[in-house]
Each structure stands twice: as C-alpha cells, then as structure tokens.
Design a protein around this ligand. Structure first.
Ligand code: ADP
Ligand code: GLC
Length: 488
C-alpha cells in the first residue's frame, strides 16, 4: 500500500483560512478511499491539540530540536478515519487567535519563518524515518510555501521519498530577509537564485518548486497561467524551466458537506430534477438577512475580501444593479478598505444589500443554496471551490474566465447547450463583468433556459472520485521512476 505524508499548514475543521484547508481534508480522505495510506502532517496549533486530547490520542515521541521542545502526536482528523500527525512545539505554535499565520491584530507572526522552518524540518525527519516511528512514507506531498522547506531538507538525503509539491496560490510565497535566512542556519550555497534566493529575499515557495520531483497546481488553466509573467509573480521563468514536471489537477469538493439534498445547514432540501424547495431556501435566506420579500434576483458572494477575489470589480457593479432592483447576500472577511465600502452600501440599501463580516460556515451554505446567481469575479483563481459549490446547488455562477473558474464554468455563448452552466467574462474590466451579469439576468427571465443551465450545473461530478485518481497515478509514476510528466 503506497504511503503518503500530506504536509499542510491548514486542515478543515481544525484550522482554516481558505480552500487549502478544505482540500487538505477532502483529498487525503479520497486517497484513503482509493486504498492509499495517506497521513496528514499539521503544526500542533492549540485547537488541533485540543481535538487530539479529546479523542484520547497519545503523544508518540518527544525530543529536543535546537532550542525547541518538540513532540509528535498521532490522532485522527475529526469525523474521518484519516491519520493526522501534529508537530507540538509550544514555543512556536501555542499562539492565541484562530489564524495559523497572524496575531489577533491581523499582523503576520514575527517568527513565521522560524515556525515553518521547524515544521519543514520535522516533516523531513519523519519522511526519512528519523523519529523512531513505525511509519514512513513513500511519497511526501507538500502544499504551498509553509511546507516549502521539506523538499530542501530532503534534497541530499539517501533513500528519500519522492516529493510532490502543490501550488494552491502563487501569490503567497513565504518571503523573508537575508538576515532571517542566516538566523535559520540554512547552508550558504542555498542563497543563490537557482535555489532559495528570490530578488534578495529568502523564498520558501522556491524551495518547493526547485527541489520537488513533481509540481502540481489546482487546475489545468492555472498551470498554464503561472508560466506567464502576468500570473507568475516573478516565478514564471522557473516554472517554464520545470514545465515538464508541472501539471494541473482540478480540485474536488466535499460532496457530503456540500449536498443540497442533505445539507445540515438548510431547513429545506432539493436536488437535481427536484428544485421546488430552492425557492424556500431563497425566501428564508432573505428573511434571515432582513432583505425585502418579493421576486427580485438575489446575488450571492462568499469569500475573502481581498484583491484576488475581484472586490474592486464587485464594488463597481453593485450600485447600478441595486438601482435596477437587484438584491445581494454578501459574506466575507478581509481588508478594511473593502469592508468599509461594502458597509456603506449596506447602510444605504438595507433592504437590498446584506453584508455579513466574519467567517460563518452555516451562512455560507445558506447563501449558496438561497441565491439565484453566485458572483466570482476573481482577478486570478488557482481553482476556487465556491463556484463548484454553487453549481452543485443550481445557483448559477458569473465568473472571470481564469484558472479553475475557466475549467469549471461554461458559458452558453461559448459552449454546447448540454454543457453550459454559468456565465464567463474574459476581458478584465468591471464593464465586462456587468455585461456578463446582464446576460445572466436575461437568461434567468426565461424559465426553460435557466432550468436547462441549472440541470447541467447540478448533473456534473465535482467530487474527488476521479480527481484523486490523477494524484494516485502521479504517485505511481514517480515511484516507477518517471518524474517527467510530459514534454516541455
Ligand atoms: P481561497 O482559498 O482563495 O479563499 P476557495 O474558493 O478555494 O478560495 O476556498 C474558500 C473556502 O473558504 C470555501 O470553502 C468558502 O466557502 C470558505 N469561505 C471563505 N470565506 C468564508 C466566510 N466568510 N465564511 C464562511 N466560509 C468562507
Ligand atoms: C487557494 C486558491 C484557491 C484554491 C485553494 C485550494 O487558496 O486561492 O483558488 O481553490 O487554494 O486549492
């Protein structure tokens, strides 16, 4: 049985800032269902250790690493049979607040480089069987910059497992100063542009990109995009250089948690071919949010309030649509200036625009079910999960045609009738976004057209079933000694 160590800094439901947490829970579970032995490695944040203790889990080993007391716990991801290892290092991970990266004022922890350096070091030791455990992986699967040093530490080791590195978001690279590079005690030769140096800074992300056997990212379109200067954040040259080892595998979603037929956050359920209760979901959502009753189109948005998610474009289209009588259910947390501008609009249009700031799992489900149209005007989107949730709930998305949005949402103007499931704008402007929304409103006015699009959206398979198999095939190729995925 192939053993995989899945190294991640977030996993749902223990710690989450975005889709990485969802994927880090649902992909390992899907891999285990395929018969692989996939075990997760996560920093021992307080919430994770608390859950482990509540499950009666035990500390497996305890040792000193440099100045740090470190222990390793072995437990299970709550609600699953998936094994979870926790790196318990109180000096680095016993921190207040819900964020794994920031203090309660929203500033990055000053010692993030030290935190994820130690995490990477322990990951490498576990992978090499140096911790006296009875389990050792054949494959190490790292995710984003927080695990970027694992491949570096494994680079010169004998009998090292094969390494897969997945890019979930190239915009966050884990950049630190040269002083930090020295303070971490990394060998001098790594301070070269071929290795960890990136414009006079230490880049954790480069560690993953340079030293892994295979690089994946979370959609085929994003795999192409990051090889261009516009989306590459300065790493496009390196990614073009490694193109033969880079591939895009679309994310799946947790189809148990996100299922309109049995969603525990909803009072009323519906499904493909039986949409009657969707109207109930809409009516109740409007009531919950204090929006005026009636038949006005209701738009939903759930996401981080940051530039990536196209907040400027969203803000640009809200007023004309409000004046047209449309309603909005918005949920998110993020940058203050976006929160402020949205708050002003919510105060000005209380019966048409509802804004909920903060993280709210239940409301995210109710917005996905109760809205007519879901908005995702992301500037870039490596994969995106919300458009897949909304498709599954028959809430048709309007999206910018980038990354995973381009690979999952198909516009009737561009696609066959039996595949179209939403609306895509390609020109990166608010006018193009507004035009796509107007097209959606016209389509919505035709009950038959809308229903056909909903049927297409709800019929598709967004699960990990087939997508996890692509990872399994990649692992097998690597173990068979084939790290070249395709010709450059
Ligand atoms: P990203 O990882 O870039 O934030 P994704 O679409 O991959 O984007 O994943 C975001 C995940 O976080 C989804 O599961 C989404 O529902 C959830 N989410 C984002 N913001 C909120 C919020 N304010 N409340 C509840 N869930 C949220
Ligand atoms: C990142 C991306 C998002 C993706 C998620 C999970 O946070 O921004 O597009 O869906 O990772 O891979």
């Amino acid at each position: 049985m192939t053993r995989i160590l899945f190294v991640t800094s977030e996993v749902f439901p223990l710690v989450k800032t975005g889709g990485l947490a969802d994927v880090s829970a649902s992909l390992p579970e899907a891999l285990c269902k395929l018969g692989l032995d996939c075990q997760i490695l996560l920093p021992g944040y307080p919430a994770a250790l608390k859950a482990a203790r509540e499950m009666g889990s035990r500390r497996k080993t305890r040792f000193r690493y440099g100045q740090y007391d470190v222990a390793l716990w072995h437990t299970r991801l709550p609600g699953t049979a998936v094994s979870l290892w926790l790196v318990d290092c109180p000096a680095l991970f016993d921190r207040c607040g819900d964020s794994p990266y920031q203090n309660e004022e929203g500033e990055d922890w000053w010692d993030n480089a030290h935190r994820f350096h130690l995490f990477g070091r322990i990951g490498a030791m576990l992978a090499l069987g140096q911790l006296g455990l009875s389990w050792q992986p054949d494959i190490v699967h790292c995710n984003d910059w927080q695990s970027g040093l694992v491949p570096v530490f494994l680079a010169d080791a004998q009998h090292a497992p094969k390494i897969v590195f997945t890019i979930h978001n190239l915009a966050y690279q884990g950049l630190f100063s040269q002083e930090t590079f020295r303070a971490l005690g990394l060998p001098d030769y790594l301070w070269r542009f071929e290795f960890l140096e990136f414009h006079e800074q230490l880049s954790f992300m480069k560690g993953g990109l340079v030293f892994s056997d295979a690089i994946t990212t979370v959609s085929p379109s994003y795999a192409d995009e990051i090889q261009t200067p516009w989306f590459g954040y300065g790493l496009d040259g390196l990614l073009r250089h490694r193109a033969g080892h880079l591939t895009g595998i679309l994310n799946g979603i947790d189809t148990r948690a996100w299922d309109p037929e049995q969603d525990t956050w909803l009072d009323d359920h519906y499904g493909p071919g039986n949409l009657a209760n969707k109207a109930q979901c809409k009516a109740k959502l409007k009531q919950e949010l204090g929006l005026a009753a009636g038949g006005a189109p209701l738009f939903g948005f759930v996401g981080r309030l940051v530039e990536q998610k196209g907040l400027d474009w969203l803000l640009a289209v809200l007023r004309p649509l409000l004046e047209q009588g449309c309603q909005f259910a918005l949920l998110g947390a993020g940058q203050n200036h976006y929160q402020e501008r949205l708050r002003e609009l919510a105060q000005e249009w209380p019966r048409q625009l509802s804004l909920t700031l903060g993280y709210n799992e239940g409301l995210a489900h109710r917005i996905t079910a109760g809205s007519d149209i879901f908005l995702m005007p992301s500037r870039f989107e490596p994969c995106g999960l919300n458009q897949m949730y909304s498709l599954r709930y028959g809430t048709l998305p309007v999206v910018h045609g980038v990354g995973g949005l381009n690979d999952t949402v198909f516009d009737p103007c561009e696609e066959r009738q039996n595949k179209a499931n939403g609306f895509v704008f390609r020109e990166p402007t608010p006018d193009a976004f507004l035009a796509a929304i107007q097209r959606a409103l016209i389509a919505k006015a035709n009950v038959k057209t809308w229903r056909r699009l909903q049927d297409n959206a709800m019929a598709a398979d967004y699960s990990w079933k087939y997508r996890a198999k692509e990872y399994a095939a990649l692992y097998q190729n690597l173990l068979a000694g084939d790290s070249r995925l395709h010709a450059d």
